[in-house]
Design a binder for this molecule. Structure first.
Ligand code: ADP
Ligand code: ADP
Length: 218
């Protein structure tokens, strides 16, 4: 699904990533872990096509990354919900933008367990519920690649565990490929079939290893 070869990236003088290589087979999960500033968000931005590839090779589904690839869904830490739209409207946003039928949003809300909250406003939801809306919005589009940037770090520990298990359930059911960025080693080990460890400066790969425990939970 993703092939990265010696991908590097710099913001002016600041080298954010240096020589990052990995392969993510279709339907598998990769956790990217490392301290703040090690280049995790930059790597996701490159995979999502939000930043240009300036050094190395990065293929998604066999093709060089292009902005707005339809199958790629990016879920950010702040849920990106529009406060003046209901849960249902927020979940349907991606579909509306693409002029697709909105039924898939209701299905996605059921899948993340908040169909009963469809008429609420975002401010009436807990953090975990808001995160579910953001995930539903992404799932409604039927992505084959989910990219998540510290999705659960703002949540309390119990909610975080619930959301991690929800994510595993979605992954099992949909067989999507997943790249999850986290600063938590525990979370990386719980969710990543492969774990890519980056060092603080300048975003080098310290380690890349397979974690069979996740596959066993599939
Ligand atoms: P992480 O997500 O692991 O915290 P980032 O990818 O956000 O790391 O940042 C990697 C490095 O690039 C850091 O040194 C950061 O300060 C720098 N950086 C990130 N975004 C920018 C930017 N827009 N302009 C300049 N430097 C940046
Ligand atoms: P933090 O991420 O807050 O820095 P830790 O690095 O201690 O904290 O990681 C704790 C993370 O691991 C939390 O996201 C927690 O939900 C998760 N976690 C710990 N044990 C389990 C478990 N048995 N099953 C699922 N998730 C777990």
């Amino acid at each position: 699904m993703i092939k990265a070869r010696k991908v590097s990236y710099a913001y002016g003088e600041t080298v954010a990533l240096r020589d990052v290589s990995f392969d993510l087979p279709r339907g598998q999960t990769l956790a990217v872990v490392g301290p703040s500033g090690c280049g995790k968000t930059t790597l996701l931005g490159l995979i999502a096509g939000l930043l240009p590839i300036t050094a190395g090779e990065l293929l998604v589904d066999g093709a060089p990354v292009q902005p707005r690839r339809p199958g790629t869904a990016l879920i950010l830490q702040d849920y990106g919900l529009l406060p003046w739209k209901t849960v249902r409207e927020n979940a349907a946003l991606g579909l509306r933008i693409r002029r697709l039928p909105v039924d898939a949003a209701d299905q996605a809300l059921r899948e993340v367990g908040i169909a009963d909250l469809a008429r609420r406003w975002p401010h009436q939801l807990s953090g975990g519920q808001q995160q579910r809306v953001a995930i539903a919005r992404a799932l409604a589009l039927g992505p084959d690649l989910l990219l998540m940037d510290e999705p659960f770090s703002a949540l309390d520990a119990l909610t975080r565990e619930e959301m991690q298990d929800l994510l595993l359930a979605i992954w099992r059911k949909r067989q999507t490929s997943l790249v999850l960025v986290t600063h938590s080693i525990t979370e990386a080990v719980y969710l990543g079939q492969q774990i890519l460890v980056l060092s603080r400066r300048p975003g080098r790969v310290v380690d890349l290893f397979a974690n069979p425990a996740v596959g066993d939970r599939r």
